[in-house]
Design a protein around this ligand. Structure first.
Ligand SMILES: *Cc1c(COP(=O)(O)O)cnc(C)c1O
Length: 372
């Protein structure tokens, strides 16, 4: 029996008949674009996380771009992003002709370091940019340090976009991700904690005028009707089929979050004596998009991966190279003191299989394989 890094088949088997009838209903109804399921899903997602408005879109990258467009971020604006993240977080900033400024992360949570953000803001201003927006990422499912980041953003007149592509369903001091930043974005890419069977994304906000603006932007900047164009927009809608699938997946998501937490606790118990296990600050709840160990050295990581491979246990490295060191992003500004934590942890992190259907016996096998 092979061990899956993320087991989408087990989840599908659990709800297959519900998915089949949801898909069949879409085919019967024939409303493939913006069918009734899209609005139904948006209402359910907004209820789930306590946001006033939810607008779905084509993917998590578009969600970030739509957020920047709605917040009117543009030329001469600095947008502060972590370097230790998936490329999409930074990629959308040049799309709107703004400048990404890279910020370091904290070694214990992997999330944005508020002290580094402060230095980067001063540096951006000294270089003639207007600090406009910060995009903290809920990396590996753990909410960012929102209190500190929001305070810094407000002092500097900046807006906040929470990139919760990996963290939707997570909690920060009693609040769900989605109801904290000015706009929160997420992704329904299949491997994310809440995924569909293709590409999908969503934005959340409590601000009605931002919600109206996003609704227009995702359909070519429409005004009163489809052929009334008020602004330059995009074509970025969630397919009705994906919405129908997500309604069924969202129904079991709360249970899956509980299961993911149990899996993480079993890993913590079995691995904390030998390795640095992920830290969850008090008051925060992760949805464990990844379960990530920090090894003592790159060589230690290589030997853990070799041991795991020999035992048939898949592992992965998120992320092997921080963005500010990537060819596409090297020329953009960064914290003037450098990003030593991002550079260091990229050489030492390793992620283990993580999904809601990982049974205890398989976990014991994984723990034995990596600790041996
Ligand atoms: C996956 C991901 C995205 C992009 O989502 P897509 O739906 O693949 O476009 C953005 N940010 C982060 C942190 C991600 O992990």
């Amino acid at each position: 029996m092979s061990i899956a890094f993320i087991d989408l088949a087990a989840q599908q088997a659990r709800i297959r008949s519900k998915l089949d009838s949801a898909i069949a209903r879409v085919l019967d109804e024939g409303a493939y674009i913006m069918g009734a399921q899209v609005k139904e899903l948006e209402d359910k997602l907004a209820d789930f996380c306590g946001a006033k408005h939810c607008l779905t879109c084509a993917n998590g990258t578009d969600a970030l771009q739509l957020a920047l467009m709605a917040l009117k971020v543009g030329p001469n604006d600095a947008v502060f992003v972590p370097s230790f993240t998936f490329a999409a977080t930074a990629e959308v900033v040049p799309y709107v002709n703004a400048t990404p400024v890279f910020v370091d992360c904290l070694p214990n949570t992997f999330n944005m370091d508020p002290a580094s953000l402060k230095r980067a803001i001063v540096f951006a201003r000294e270089n003639g940019l207007r600090p406009a927006c910060v995009i903290p990422v809920d990396l590996f499912g753990l909410p960012a340090d929102y209190d500190s980041i929001i305070a810094i953003a407000r002092e500097n007149g900046m807006t906040i976009i929470g990139d919760s592509a990996q963290g939707f369903g997570g909690q920060y001091k009693g609040r769900m991700v989605g109801s904290i930043a000015d706009i929160t974005t997420t992704s329904f890419f299949p491997a994310k904690p809440l995924g569909c069977y293709g590409d999908g994304g969503a934005l959340f906000t409590d601000d009605e005028s931002l919600a109206d603006h996003i609704e227009s932007l995702r359909v070519h900047g429409k005004g009163q009707h489809k052929y009334d164009n008020e602004r330059i927009g995009m074509n970025s809608r969630l397919d009705t089929l994906q919405a129908a699938i997500l309604i069924e997946k969202l129904a079991i998501y709360p249970e899956e979050i509980v299961s993911r937490q149990k899996v993480a606790e079993i890993y913590n118990a079995g691995l904390s004596a030998d390795f640095t296990v992920p830290e969850t600050p008090d008051g925060l709840k992760s949805v464990w998009a990844q379960y990530t160990l920090t090894m003592a050295s790159e060589a230690d990581r290589a030997s853990l991966q070799a041991r795991a491979r020999d035992a048939g246990v898949p592992t992965a490295i998120y992320y092997p190279l921080p963005l500010h060191q990537q060819k596409a992003y090297r020329a953009f500004p960064a914290d003037p003191e450098g990003l030593p934590v991002s550079e260091d942890i990229a050489t030492r992190v390793v992620s283990l299989p993580m999904h809601a259907y990982l049974d205890e016996q398989t976990q014991e096998k994984i723990i034995a394989a990596v600790t041996r």
